[in-house]
Design a protein around this ligand. Structure first.
Ligand code: NAD
Ligand code: TYD
Length: 348
């Protein structure tokens, strides 16, 4: 039985990846390592917690001794590394937390894998999951390709860029077999309501203002999280060693257009008058260093591995909104306590 370590599996994307791997690969034993920060929640993976091929390990990737011991104990065959501090606004408030988890945490994992595998890399693989934000900001034209130079603008994207460089360096210097993907903005179930889509769904439900940064004319490419999990599965199993793949939704939206679409759908779902939710839109102070536009050229993963998104944005958004409306208890649980303090500080 292969032993696979997935880090950050109690978070948004990680929970979808863990669920997919545990259910699809009974021949693997999946170890989910997560520190359960504010963004990690065991509720996200409750449906698989009793599966015989699954073990949850609570721990911090920054803790060198702990990570090295964990690798000694289990001798993993593969690593899918998703654990990270992931929110740009929090990185502006506390950059060091991002340096610790995203850079030092990643190097700890790389070191542990290198030391454990002792140059015998046959059948081993380290998969680093990263973001398109490492490429910086696009103007009105163009797409990020795998050869676009790194040009990160936020402490979050700088920390992810740095971790990507370390992964490559371990590949070049020690021959560590790695694959790396840079993906655009995800949306879907179990998404912590600090990011645009779940935050605004939650605020519409609660008739709270919808804080649009700046003029709202910022563009993001949106991908349904389950399609990202499918791409991750494919790259882990079929991707070429030492290669990077961009993953995107072919689905660019200006924030303000996306917010208006969300408002329209939510009005219908909640039985409100058309236009009610749009009245909640409030333009607020812009995010410092706000990247104007992200857009992905995902033709490499499409051509080489045959991946493309399986759902349209309309279908994905419908599924996502329905999930939040049917899981208000989850929303209430994650927005109690510390969330309130964060919200007050960020939006007051
Ligand atoms: P998330 O914030 O929802 O989850 C992160 C998880 O990592 C949480 O469960 C948290 O408890 C865990 N974690 C944080 N610090 C840790 C530490 N020191 N030790 C162990 N566990 C720790 O993040 P997400 O949105 O699911 O993103 C997952 C990965 O995908 C990240 O690496 C992120 O950079 C990348 N990514 C995210 C997006 C997106 O749109 N969300 C897009 C592209 C890439
Ligand atoms: P976010 O979901 O934080 O993802 P990222 O910054 O990683 O792209 O933000 C998506 C876009 O929405 C981004 O342009 C910032 C904007 N935004 C708002 O306008 N208001 C908000 O309250 C948030 C959280 C984001």
């Amino acid at each position: 039985m292969k032993k696979i370590l997935i880090t950050g599996g109690a978070g948004f994307i990680g929970s979808h990846v863990v669920r997919r791997f545990v259910n699809k690969y009974p021949e693997y034993h999946i170890f989910n390592l997560d520190a359960l920060t504010y963004a990690g929640n065991l509720e996200n993976i409750k449906d698989i917690e009793n599966k015989s091929n699954y073990t949850f390990v609570k721990g911090d990737i920054v803790d060198e001794a702990f990570i090295s011991e964990l690798f000694n104990l289990h001798d993993f065959d593969g690593v899918l590394h998703l654990a990270a501090e992931s929110h740009v606004d929090r990185s502006i408030e506390d950059p060091l937390a991002f340096v610790k988890t995203n850079i030092i945490g990643t190097v700890n994992l790389l070191n542990a894998a290198k030391n454990q595998w002792k140059n015998n890399f046959k059948g081993k693989r380290f998969y680093h999951i990263s973001t398109d934000e490492v490429y910086g900001s696009l103007g009105a034209e163009g797409l990020f390709t795998e050869t676009t130079p790194y040009d990160p603008n936020s402490p979050y994207s700088a920390s992810k860029a740095s971790s990507d460089h370390f992964v490559r360096a371990y590949g070049e210097t020690y021959g560590l077999p790695y694959v790396l993907t840079n993906c655009s903005n995800n949306y879907g179930s179990f998404h912590f309501p600090e990011k645009l889509i779940p935050l605004f769904i939650n605020n519409i439900i609660n008739n709270r203002p919808l804080p649009v940064y700046g003029d709202g004319n910022y563009t993001r490419d949106w991908l349904f999280v389950e399609d990202h999990a499918i791409a991750i599965d494919l790259v882990f199993h079929k991707g070429k060693n030492h290669e990077t793949y961009n993953i995107g939704g072919f689905n660019e939206w200006k924030n303000i257009d996306l917010v208006k679409l969300l408002c329209q759908i939510m009005d219908q779902k909640l039985g409100r008058h058309a236009g009610d939710s749009e009245k909640l839109i409030t333009y607020v102070k812009d995010r410092p260093g706000h990247d104007l536009r992200y857009a992905i050229d995902a033709s490499k993963i499409n051509k080489e591995l045959g991946w493309k998104p399986s759902v349209t944005f309309e279908e994905g958004l419908e599924k996502t909104i329905n999930w939040y409306l049917n899981n208000e208890e989850w929303l209430q649980n994650v927005t109690s306590g510390a969330y309130k303090e964060y919200y007050q500080k960020q939006y007051s």
